[in-house]
Design a protein around this ligand. Sequence first.
Ligand code: HXC
Length: 299
Amino acid sequence: MKMESPFKADIMKGKVALLTGGGSGIGFEISLQLGKHGASIAIMGRRKSVLDSAVSALHSLGIPAIGLEGDVRKRDDAVKVIESTVKYFGRLDILVNAAAGNFLVPAEDLSPNGFRTVIDIDSVGTFTMCHEALKYLKKGGPGKDSSSGGTIINISATLHYTATWYQIHVSAAKAAVDSITRSLALEWGTDYDIRVNGIAPGPIGDTAGVSKLAPDEILNKERQHMPLFKLGEKWDIAMAAIYLASDAGKYVNGTTMAVDGGLWLSKPRHLPKEAVKQASRAVEKRSRDAPVGIPKSKL
Ligand code: HXC
């Protein structure tokens, strides 16, 4: 379904956003929507062909955009990409950490290097980007006055709220991301007026996450327990990003917003609703009718 944005078309006007993993999937949709709402966009990614096609799609809509090759696991790449963004657009207001790595694997088959690879991309990569972007995002940085800083959005997940089969590496990595979000919100919110928040998407249709992790046959079964009974759309995540990155979210700092239709709360219904209503009344009636207190004979 193509939805209109509920936000004003110029709500991000004058802002410059850098997105890791912004050339495809959820990251691209956030690039697109930030751009459609007035922001200039820098996309960081490993694959030139993906960057090129993302940038030309943005240009075709009149959105100022550049693609910058780099791997968030390499600190030098992070520095280079951030500096190039500021050199090209003159400032940096929004950093979106959307780069991520994932695959399904039972814990017993995951090598320590496989575990480390995902931690390096998701958690260390997020911290590295935040760390290197600080001097441009903080209040008084390029293009900013002495009282207002930029903002960071870390793309997380809900996998680690409970536990998720075959996702030990990503669950650990995203738990660290959420912790980074809170620590930076505290330290950099206080010292530099930088708001730091996260978004934890549920299963979003037409993304690598869903096609890698939840093939159709599994999803169709899962849907029975999903509160809103449907997959999310990339648009849902992008609207949450606009809320958090714009002044609409100016008092929101340190939160990771689950945008999953309530899915992470869900579990199979163990009794039909009517059975519960009846059983519950019967139990209440029995306990009302039962003698209260300990019978004298038992004292
Ligand atoms: C077991 C695996 C594996 C697999 C890789 N490894 N794939 N182990 N099962 N399917 C192990 C390797 O054996 C190796 O360990 C280590 O991981 C590094 O693998 P490389 O292939 O050398 O790494 P690299 O080329 O850097 O690729 C990184 C990657 C890859 C994460 C493994 O899949 C990737 O680049 N993905 C990026 C795109 C992506 O995944 N997007 C999806 C994001 S979805 P050894 O010990 O052999 O050296 C998402 C959603 C999350 O994030 C939330 C969902 C709700």
